[in-house]
Design a protein around this ligand. Structure first.
Ligand SMILES: [Zn+2]
Ligand SMILES: [Zn+2]
Length: 124
């Protein structure tokens, strides 16, 4: 089950909810791949052969457009070799997304003051 985390800035009108974690369909590779942009799906497919994976939404900051967003992340665990982490693109199309721990305070992307994250619900 995933959690809904809400950022509500006291300094400006920034108010956004992020759906983080994994939903019920996140165990199925076909459903997971449907979330990702085509270029990223191709990269996932390049891990030839059998692999296990974990998929979830994480909170991430795009270094290009400076927006905070929920970004899909897949950790690919090949049966031989090192595991690899692949992030989806930001909605602006950039790959420069940086994962942010969702239990930390974040800097408001509009006015810059620290904003707490609160769990406001669950999703599945
Ligand atoms: Zn972006
Ligand atoms: Zn703000």
């Amino acid at each position: 089950m995933g959690v809904v985390m809400r950022a509500n800035c006291e300094g400006c009108d920034y108010n956004k909810s992020f759906y983080l974690g994994a939903g019920l369909t996140f165990r199925d590779l076909t459903s997971v791949k449907a979330i990702f942009a085509d270029t990223v799906t191709k990269e996932i497919d390049s891990y030839i052969g059998q692999f296990d994976f974990d998929a979830e939404y994480v909170l991430a900051l795009c270094e290009k457009c400076n927006k905070l967003a929920q970004v899909a992340k897949i950790t690919i665990k090949p049966h031989d070799g090192d595991s690899a982490v692949v992030y989806n693109l930001c909605e602006c199309g950039s790959r420069s997304v940086r994962e942010i721990p969702a239990h930390n305070k974040i800097d408001c992307p509009k006015c810059g003051i620290p904003v707490g994250l609160e769990q406001s619900g669950k999703w599945s």
